[in-house]
Design a binder for this molecule. Structure first.
Ligand SMILES: NC(=O)c1ccc[n+]([C@@H]2O[C@H](COP(=O)([O-])OP(=O)(O)OC[C@H]3O[C@@H](n4cnc5c(N)ncnc54)[C@H](OP(=O)(O)O)[C@@H]3O)[C@@H](O)[C@H]2O)c1
Length: 286
């Protein structure tokens, strides 16, 4: 059945990045809420079946937010857009292409996911940009969304456990692990962030809503030690002093939101479940 324009409950909700860590959980949450979903991705990824590809209520469209190709068709007939597509670079260009198409299509609500601290981490030099340019991109993208003329809601979240785990897995391959001195993190479960985005998408546009951060603040070394313990590895951890204003802001805790520690699942809970399901065992050789 064709969506009826003007009846938001009948039109599919566009989820950009609906194949990603966060986006696929948002897609599942919207389906659970009884909404039809359109997933935008640059190409069909292997494993799309677990998103329900071919199942009723989920439609896949191909487009590239970095170039704008395919985006007008992706937004056509949608009134609510949840923008979860993102990467290490260029999120402002992706936002620009999306809001242009969304505005032309008369979208009613654009929900954006950004990152805690992007408005407190200065990108003042090439050194800052090389290491922390992501935060500058997210802030620029937020401003593009806010100035788009499309009614919007933006949520800041801290790092997801999945990213923390992936980082730990990568750096634990080194015999000695260098970490930025004085950095702390307050990671959160992506499922909890996805549930909040679903709630926001189904509500009215709310502008910048309160941050979402995990239940505990950890020194980076402690996050890493938790992982090493869970997989039975031992590695020396060497703190390295990072230069620049952005690194200084990190050391001062600009990436944290201790007064918004609303996440419930802990890093330890996440590790206990994920490490065993990945087949990484506490008996693994050090
Ligand atoms: N990860 C974190 O810790 C964290 C914390 C706070 C906020 N966020 C924000 O949350 C969002 C989702 O993060 P994530 O960790 O779920 O990302 P992810 O797993 O890396 O997924 C990124 C998604 O973006 C899509 N995408 C990337 N470039 C695209 C492009 N040019 N055109 C269309 N789609 C594109 C990818 O789709 P295809 O590859 O299928 O095209 C994929 O679905 C991002 O905006 C990120 O900045 C993340």
């Amino acid at each position: 059945m064709q969506p009826r324009i003007g009846d938001a409950a009948a039109s599919p909700i566009l989820v950009t990045g609906g194949t990603g860590t966060l986006g696929r959980l948002v897609v599942a949450g919207l389906r659970d809420a009884g909404r039809d979903v359109r997933v935008l991705s640059r190409g069909r990824r292997q494993g799309g079946e677990d998103l329900g590809e071919g199942a009723t209520g989920i439609e896949f469209v191909t487009g590239d937010l970095a170039t704008g190709e395919g985006i007008e068709a992706a937004v056509d007939g949608t009134e609510i857009i949840v923008h979860c597509a993102g990467g290490a670079k260029g999120d402002e260009d992706k936002a620009r292409h999306l809001v242009r198409a969304a505005s032309r299509a008369g979208a009613h609500h654009l929900v954006y996911i950004s990152v805690v601290g992007d408005d407190r981490i200065p990108i003042a030099s090439g050194v800052d940009r090389a290491m922390f340019g992501y935060f500058g991109s997210k802030l620029a993208a937020e401003r593009i969304v806010a100035d788009s003329g499309v009614p919007w809601t933006t949520l800041h979240a801290t790092q997801f456990y999945d990213l923390t785990l992936m980082t730990a897995q990568q750096i634990a391959k080194l015999p000695v692990i260098p970490i930025p001195a004085g950095f702390r993190f307050q990671p959160i479960d992506a499922g909890e962030v996805a549930a909040r985005l679903v709630e926001l998408a189904l509500g009215t546009p709310a502008g910048l809503v309160p941050d979402m951060a995990g239940p505990r603040v950890y020194k980076m070394a402690d996050l890493l030690r938790g992982y090493l313990r869970a997989v039975g590895k031992r590695r020396p951890i060497i703190p390295v002093w990072l230069p620049g204003k952005a690194a200084r802001a990190f050391r001062a805790g600009a990436n944290l939101a201790p007064d918004r520690a609303v996440g419930r699942r802990t890093w330890e809970d996440f590790l206990a479940e994920r490490v065993s399901s990945l087949g990484e065992s506490s008996q693994a050789a050090a």
